[in-house]
Design a protein around this ligand. Structure first.
Ligand code: NAP
Length: 518
């Protein structure tokens, strides 16, 4: 069945104020709990491996709870997984696109049916609140549906100009074996999006999930198998990035790497992939989507209540652990104090606690290492500005941190320049709107940004000069929707691959031009 591109609609989010949804969520959480502590084997090309080297995934809201125990791959198994994907490529790449599309749609339908179950795993393994987990699962469904639709376009591309006496055509072919390396912060949506885009285009993949969220990844791999993906086409390889990452990236049969994560790891992958290996017959492609230091600019001519609310949700939703999170509010002098007066009560009212309890707006940060890094930044920030809210860990067994606001931060300060990836907002004073844009651009990143202003000339100035991959006007800077806001950043935020956009699949395809003499 051909579905037209403009018929794409984002998956509607469940409303948890409705008792039936809240009930379903509680049921799914109990079900997930009943599986806590389970051991997960490795599956590579139809073989099962139990290496005995177990990765322990814990609940960041309650680290004494073991979510899952995963047998970790060795470097040798990583190389074997690439070999399996390579062997599966000829058959999968010649499977008609219509069949691949159908399979991805089937996977989307299964995920939709099992939505609450996935939400529950996101709550207990990634520390997402119910609505944040729901957003992650809906986004994953969107990616599946959207890339299935997009593949129709590349399977029947627009005709090329015809040279007289010839039949000329352009066909899009898959590349080969792809390595998919997602982060933990969207352990379902980003993993599913990167993997399925590659698969629907006819590539085979090895997915190396984040060591913080392997259980969500295993559950998604189960869906692909249930939808009928042949063995070997997609291998989920749980393992430590530092132990198996280089092997996967450097393997001579690896054709491309799709990475989303930190600047440091992204740059390392890019460098390693660029080096030719013995037996390698192509230049590897790398899409690396990396960090952000996203700013919201607040003008003196704007709806200040909307601006304070937009900054609040962008800075503290999912504990500030979104690449799109607002970590800098840059406020024009004339409304600086008034803005803080509107923002602070919202921050002070936040309750921090276990993510499975919907009374808490904020849950834990992902792990102990992350909590320590964030607290170190907060200590540095206390010297770099004026602490107005938070400033410490929050009580409880989980990795909890208070939502923190530090004002009067200079553009040279570390908390203005470096990605913290936690619930810490730096507020900076700008002379005027132009100065605010200048400050917003004064980092090495360029992922998302927002400007609140009612002045049409300033809106145009932001559109022209705010140098980010995803710009929003008079709304929050998080919450990009598949199809509507193709996602990817400039500068050190990455290669701007624009996930969820009309050109995304081109990264997984190469075009073959054919001219046939009549
Ligand atoms: P990370 O530490 O860079 O890890 C990302 C992935 O890379 C994980 O699966 C990790 O595995 C793996 N890895 C680590 N070392 C590796 C190596 N040497 N070779 C290959 N893979 C390796 O990032 P994270 O902490 O998971 O995620 C947070 C970061 O992602 C933030 O910087 C955030 O801004 C960014 N992010 C960006 C976007 C975007 O679209 N631009 C979206 C979401 C997140 P292990 O877990 O086993 O180490």
């Amino acid at each position: 069945m051909t579905v037209r591109l403009w018929e794409f609609r984002n998956e509607p989010s469940a409303d948890f104020s409705k008792s039936e949804n809240a009930e379903a969520m509680r049921g799914a959480l109990s079900l997930a709990r009943s599986e806590f502590g389970r051991e997960y084997d490795l599956h590579i090309g139809g073989e099962t491996f139990r290496t005995g080297d177990l990765l322990k995934s814990v609940n960041p809201s309650k680290p004494s709870e073991t979510v899952g125990l995963h047998h970790k791959a060795t470097a040798a198994l990583a190389a074997q997984a690439v070999g399996v994907a390579d062997a599966a490529f000829p058959a999968w790449s010649s499977t008609p696109a219509a069949q691949r599309i159908e399979l991805v749609r089937k996977a989307a339908a299964i995920l939709r049916r099992r939505k609450f179950e996935f939400n529950a795993w996101l709550v207990v393994e990634a520390g997402k609140s119910w609505p944040e987990a729901e957003a992650d699962t809906c986004e994953a469904i969107d990616f599946l549906e959207y890339y299935a639709l997009q593949m129709q376009k590349w399977a029947s591309p627009d005709p090329v100009a015809q040279l007289p006496g010839e039949k000329d055509e352009l066909r899009y072919l898959p590349l080969g074996v792809g390595i998919i390396i997602p982060p933990w912060n969207f352990p379902l949506a980003i993993l599913a999006g990167m993997a399925v885009a590659a698969l629907v285009a006819g590539n085979t993949v090895v997915i190396k999930p984040s060591s913080d969220t392997p259980t969500v990844a295993v559950k998604f791999a189960e869906i692909l198998a249930e939808a009928g993906l042949p063995v070997g086409v997609c291998t989920l390889l749980v393992g430590s990035g530092s132990e198996v990452g280089d092997v996967l990236v450097q393997h001579p049969r690896t054709r491309f790497i799709s990475f989303t994560g930190s600047r440091e790891v992204g740059l390392r992958i890019n460098e390693l992939a660029a080096k030719h290996q013995k037996g390698q017959i192509w230049i590897k492609r790398v899409a690396a989507e990396m960090g952000g230091k996203d700013a919201i600019v607040v003008d003196d001519n704007c709806d200040l209540d909307a601006a304070a609310q937009g900054v609040f949700v962008s800075a503290f939703g999912y504990q500030g652990q979104k690449c799109s999170a607002c970590s800098r509010a840059i406020v024009v002098d004339a409304v600086y104090d008034a803005f803080l007066e509107k923002l602070l009560p919202k921050v002070q009212a936040v309750r921090v606690g276990p993510a499975d309890d919907p009374q808490y707006y904020m849950g834990p940060v992902i792990n102990e290492r992350s909590r320590k890094t964030i607290l170190d930044y907060i200590e540095a920030g206390k010297k770099e500005g004026r602490l107005l809210a938070g400033g410490a860990a929050a009580p409880g067994e989980g990795y909890f941190i208070q939502p923190t606001v530090i004002a009067d931060v200079d553009a040279k300060a570390r908390i203005f320049q470096e990605e913290i990836f936690g619930p810490v907002l730096a507020v900076t004073r700008a002379r005027d709107f132009d100065h605010a844009l200048e400050l917003a651009n004064a980092t090495e990143y360029g992922l998302t940004g927002a400007a609140y202003t009612n002045d049409p000339a300033k809106i145009e100035a932001a559109k022209d000069r705010f140098f980010v991959g995803n710009l929003y006007i008079n709304r929050k800077c998080t919450g990009a929707m598949v199809g509507c806001h193709p996602f990817g950043g400039f500068n050190m935020s990455g290669t701007d691959s624009k996930a969820g956009g009309p050109d995304y699949l081109l990264q997984f395809l190469q075009a073959k031009s054919i001219g046939t003499k009549a």
